[in-house]
Write a protein that binds this ligand. Sequence first.
Ligand code: UD1
Length: 417
Amino acid sequence: MDKLLIRGGSVLKGEVAMSGAKNAALPILCASLLSADPLELGNVPQLNDISTMLRLLGDMGIGVRHEGDDGLTLDGSGLNNPVASYEMVKTMRASILVLGPLLARCGEARVSLPGGCAIGARPVDQHIKGLQAMGAEVTVEQGYVHARASRLKGARICTDMVTVTGTENLMMAACLADGETIIENAAREPEVVDLANCLVAMGARISGAGTDIIRIQGVEKLHGARHSIMPDRIETGTYLCAAAVTGGDIRLTRTSAAYLDSVVDKLMDAGCEIVVERDAIRLTAPAKLKSVSLRTAPYPAFPTDMQAQFMAMNCVADGVATIRETIFENRFMHVSELMRLGANIQIEGNNAIVRGVDRLEGATVMATDLRASASLIIAGLVASGETLIDRIYHLDRGYERIEQKLAALGASVERVR
Ligand code: UD1
């Protein structure tokens, strides 16, 4: 199994391009289920989660053609098998995103329930509740959600909590429903907006994406379209943290600060200088970072997907920070690994209290989930000596060519067996 060896101490400098957003690409790939016409996509990141989703869609009869490095054409004309098996779904929870579009287009879907996941129980009750409100008959049998509806009907749905993939699933289903659907308490994440833009290009009638009330007027069918995936705001934030912790000076291109306000604000509070350009962001780090406290919450507040990276930064900052996780109940698994590197962190319920230390020291650590692995890289970059990160398959799910990108900025990073 691959591991990542980091020799700490390099100062990150230079320029690197960011990739398309994983969390926008995954639902947008599923949008191909809604039409028999081709969907042409650009800026699709090459990641294991994307390959998994393409295999899943391929099993259902979607044609997949790669065009160059980041282009894809998906052909929904052969869709004939509205089933997502346990084998597929168990490796990636986002597979649940096929449920809404499959049901809307085929009148039936069988999707394995995603199992427990490392960062919390993560149920899908809101996805199911929304589809039931739209008239679907849903049963759960032998670990599979089985949903049927000859045609979904528009409905008013208010989710109990803000759910990103829940909003996306229901928005996709509603595109082909009979009448108007209103999703209240909708997720406002930029990835929801990117999906809505793609669906609108396919002929959907959606308004309000990016606010907490989304209205969808159902149409008979959707057609083909072209869409370019938005830049990955979490990848961008991760590289900014990596540069900040090493005292670096970097410029990230093919990205945008537009969706990163809460992260940029915290980096400035930590003492970083940030210059925002139209399609690029430059960060210049201070000699010593200041601690920054934060609380995760749905967009536009601070993203849970950046919590672990800021934890790593706080480990070597000046002062004491409190990090409060409000989205997932078990998202502090990186804490014990950071402590193996010498960090001083105390967990009290869903708060982590991080006391900055003068130095971290390299050790062997284990990646437990995608963003936890990013936090270990950030810590490894500033630790003295060598840090060996085990189980980096988590990293390959969400960071495209991370060793090459870090190496381009001057880090000493090597994949070893
Ligand atoms: C998405 C992102 C993930 C991010 C998360 C929160 C994708 C592919 N993944 O995950 O990277 O960390 O948003 O920003 O976009 N919940 C329920 N019942 C449901 C649905 C959700 O109880 O039916 C709970 C979850 O357990 C969690 C909270 O709601 O506590 C938010 O989860 P949700 O927004 O659904 O996360 P995902 O969409 O899975």
